[in-house]
Write a new protein. Structure first.
Length: 160
């Protein structure tokens, strides 16, 4: 089983959605985690609501620091995907095992102003974009591709 870490700044919305979706869709092949460079300390309630409504239960969801995944007690991470531009521009910790990294930027649904329905639509759109990319990732023959070829494919997925 390969492990994926989704990174964002606050670890309250996009990275949480990606973690929930990949843990559901990649069962048996991939385990997903999420973290933030500057975690907010709480998961956005619209993210939790959408995951629940979509049947993507994420037990123990919490906003956490990426430092939890850089130490010796952390799970071995094989892939790191940044899902926001600010986290992609930051200097990340040195990840043990040299995981393959790619940027899959998605607009921040938590930044949307307006009614609760406007916010729900933004979160749904973020999940649609992330799930499309994750599905493309799951379709890759990860075990058969050379590291550089795999990195290129992951970068291409992020550009969609």
């Amino acid at each position: 089983m390969k492990n994926v870490l989704f990174l964002c700044t606050g670890n309250s919305a996009r990275s949480i959605l990606a973690e929930g979706y990949l843990n559901h869709a990649g069962r048996g092949r991939f385990g997903a985690y999420s973290a933030g460079s500057h975690p907010t300390g709480k998961v956005n309630p619209f993210a939790l609501e959408l995951l629940e409504r979509s049947g993507l239960r994420l037990s123990g969801a919490r906003s956490k620091s990426w430092d939890e995944f850089a130490g010796p007690a952390a799970p071995q991470i094989d892939f790191v995907f940044t899902v926001c531009n600010s986290a992609a521009a930051e200097v990340c910790p040195i990840w043990p095992g040299r995981p393959i990294r790619a940027h899959w930027g998605v607009p921040d649904p938590a930044a949307v102003q307006g009614s609760d329905e406007d916010k729900r639509r933004a979160f749904k759109q973020a999940l649609i974009e992330l799930s499309r990319r994750i599905d493309l990732f799951l379709a890759l023959p990860v075990e058969k591709l050379e590291r550089l070829a795999l990195k290129k494919k992951l970068d291409e997925i992020g550009g969609r």
